[in-house]
Design a protein around this ligand. Structure first.
Ligand code: ADP
Length: 685
């Protein structure tokens, strides 16, 4: 019989078919028949509504011709449906000390971020280890006693109340996972208690206990959000099972779920690998989906089944492949989604991430809700500003700043070099990298916030050593890698500390910018010529940067006298501001001070010191306002050999919060007003 399963590769189906008949999983799928599906359905552990759907689908399948397209679509759908890990979870690792060891074993530094991740784990663990708390509310003492007895024997902590009012008072002082309540009671009835509970603690499950006379009210209660109802006189087994189900189905309270974590930082700063280690520490499976290249909502949320070649969206597809409903799932590049995405990307992501919606996540292909509330999502982005605001509201941002040279050195020695020695086959005779060699690679062969290129260069050195060993046919020559050997393996240095050596020029200043690649330096060049009072701006400047150039000029014109500039100068000259370096995106207000300084240098003839870099927004009155990315900018300044950095006084708190060695070797000056900055940058004419 011909096989209809063209694109699904269902794990479950390949498992049920006998191996002796078919050689490969593909062969098995090709030869799969309805009776294989029946066998799969019989052996699968499925929630009732999924089983019902599968049985209906199977009934339809039996009616249609095997050669038809519908048969193929329906068969593939059914195998996908049965292959989903309905309710299958891995157990979380409850050992926080072990988790901490795992995070430290794979990543150097990143203390604050690891600390935050461990807090996140602790909250989960505390919740996992806590005995469930049940509140029994009934006006009959005998019912209270019986229920308390049964539930305490199940290992729960049980409290009792004789009516809704007393129960409400108890709920003011403690959280309960489940409330079992009678309907008719004295001062406050069960329905009112249910309404109040759903408002103040939506995650608490409410089970209604009802006498024969109040079954109608119980139905109303279900409509109002009660989990279930139990009729009096209750059966012990029914009470136990219903409470167990309520506990299993409850959502984590908002404060435990918290917001979704979002790792933000330049490339190569360890966001992905820390996410993986976190999953490892938690004992969960890990998947990663890149949102960056996504063009269509259907890639995330699935295609409708009727569409030829339809398949589930990436989220459901990854969960199916992993075979568990509670992985750590990293959604990469959330700041890159949007521009050419068909559909509303924010709405699509909220469907996935929002705890209010994702417990009944609807993939267009699957057409039946799948509970994503157990998935732990981590997002990544290079820069916060590009994240869509509705998403930003739900996120907790953890910032991965760039690494200092010292941090890079330690990461290289403790992690990258041992890893590359292993990967390049040098474990038998590992080369020794000298401190100078590692610093040479960092300073002369890479210029980046993260350590991607550093790892690549170390890999190149190791590969060349491997090749030499093989070529020389020497078993294990002693190998010391010093700066000179680095030069031999990697060629001439690619980056030099050229800035300090450059001549000071009139009309040219050094600015600091912050891009998604990390911090960087830019030069602001200005020129004057006879003309019609035009301001020419070039260098692919964004709108905000153009405006800040205008503001800088207005500040200078309105303060010409105190700056020592002839007032009639502006009447008969054009000014040109150019910012070279096409690869660096240039926008934002933070270059205001550097632009104004270049103009003042030009118009007063005082050369600007090349090794002084600055960043700060300038107002029309000359005040310097705070900027973002201080750490990144300082690291970029150090990489470029800058000696002095001018920062806004308003960034004092950011500077004080920096790791100690971020600003080492830099003379950092905090300035409040443009007038205070001039002599720190310009030398005498
Ligand atoms: P990102 O996701 O931020 O672009 P990656 O997680 O891909 O960065 O990291 C790039 C490489 O650098 C990986 O091999 C990673 O293990 C390594 N790395 C980054 N930060 C650290 C660190 N703090 N300690 C050890 N290795 C690190």
């Amino acid at each position: 019989m011909r096989g209809p399963c063209r694109f699904a590769c269902p794990n479950a189906l390949t498992k049920v078919l006998p191996m002796k008949l078919f050689q490969s999983p593909e062969d098995k799928i090709k030869a799969a028949t309805i009776s294989d599906l029946e066998q799969l359905l019989a052996s699968a552990s499925l929630p009732g509504h999924v089983r019902q759907l599968a049985e209906n689908e199977l009934a339809v399948l039996r009616q249609i011709s095997q050669s038809s397209a519908e048969y193929s679509i329906s068969f593939t759908y059914l195998t996908n449906l049965l292959d989903m890990p309905w309710g299958k979870k891995t157990e979380d690792n409850p050992d926080i000390a072990a988790a901490e060891r795992i995070l430290d074993a794979y990543h150097y530094g990143l203390h604050q971020i690891k600390e935050r991740l461990l807090e996140h784990l602790s909250i989960r663990m505390l919740r996992m280890n806590r005995k469930p708390r049940i509140l029994v509310v009934d006006d009959e003492e005998i019912a209270r006693k019986n229920l308390r007895y049964i539930l305490e024997k199940e290992g729960y902590t049980v409290e009792v109340a004789s009516d809704g009012l007393e129960a409400s008072a108890k709920m003011d002082h403690a959280d309960f996972d489940v409330v079992l309540t009678d309907i008719r009671m004295g001062r406050m009835d069960g329905l009112t208690l249910l309404e109040r509970t759903k408002i103040r603690s939506p995650e608490t499950q409410v089970i209604i206990i009802t006498g024969f006379a109040s079954v109608d009210s119980a139905v109303v209660a279900i409509k109002k959000g009660a989990f279930h109802y139990i009729s009096k006189p209750f059966k012990l087994d029914e009470v136990r099972t219903t409470v167990r189900e309520a506990l299993a189905g409850r959502r984590a309270p908002q404060h435990v779920q918290g917001s979704v974590l979002c790792f933000v930082g330049p490339p190569g700063t360890g966001k992905t690998s820390l996410g993986k280690s976190f999953a490892h520490a938690l004992g969960r499976k890990f998947a990663r989906i890149s949102l960056g290249g996504m063009k269509d909502e259907a890639e995330l949320l699935g295609h409708r089944r009727t569409y030829a070649g339809a398949r589930p969206g990436r989220i459901i597809e990854e969960i199916r492949k992993l075979g568990v409903a509670n992985p750590v799932m990293m959604l990469d590049e959330v700041d890159k989604i949007g521009k050419d995405f068909k559909g509303d990307p924010a709405a699509a992501l909220l469907e996935v991430l929002d705890p209010e919606q994702n417990s009944a996540f609807m993939d267009n292909y699957l057409e039946i809700p799948f509970d994503l509330s157990q998935v732990m999502f981590i997002l990544t982005a290079n820069i916060v500003d590009n994240i869509m605001p509705p998403l930003l509201d739900r996120m907790e941002i953890l910032e991965f700043g760039g690494y200092t040279e010292e941090e890079k050195y330690h990461i290289a020695v403790d992690f990258l070099i041992p890893k590359q020695i292993r990967l390049q086959g040098l474990s038998g005779c590992p080369p020794q990298f000298s401190r100078g060699a590692v610093y040479t690679i960092i300073q002369s062969y890479t210029r980046e916030a993260g350590i991607r290129n550093l790892e690549r260069e170390i890999a190149t050195v190791c590969r060349r050593i491997t090749k030499n060993i093989v070529r020389q046919q020497e078993a294990c020559p002693p190998m010391e890698v010093d700066p000179e050997a680095v030069g031999r393996f990697l060629g001439p240095p690619r980056f030099l500390f050229e800035l300090a050596k450059e001549q000071n020029l009139v009309g040219v200043t050094t600015g600091l910018v912050w891009t998604e690649m990390g911090g960087d330096i830019i030069f602001i060049e200005t020129a004057k010529m006879k003309g019609e009072r035009d301001l020419i701006l070039t260098g692919s400047l964004g709108e905000v940067m153009r405006e800040s150039a205008q503001a800088a000029l207005s500040y200078i014109r309105s303060h010409a006298e105190e700056l020592g500039i002839a007032e009639d100068f502006f009447g008969c000259h054009d000014l040109h501001i150019h910012i070279p370096a096409g690869a660096i995106p240039k926008d934002g207000p933070s270059s205001g001070m550097a632009i104004a300084m270049a103009l003042v240098s030009l118009l007063t003839g005082r050369p600007a010191r090349r090794e002084v870099a600055m960043t700060g927004e300038l107002t029309l009155t000359g005040r310097i306002l705070a900027v973002g990315g201080v750490k990144e900018k300082l690291l970029a300044a150090r990489r470029a050999g800058i000696k002095r950095v001018l920062l806004p006084q308003k960034n004092r708190a950011d500077v004080e919060a920096l790791p100690l060695d971020t600003g080492r070797d830099l003379d950092i000056r905090l300035v409040e007003h443009f007038a205070d900055a001039i002599d720190l940058v310009l030398s005498s004419p």
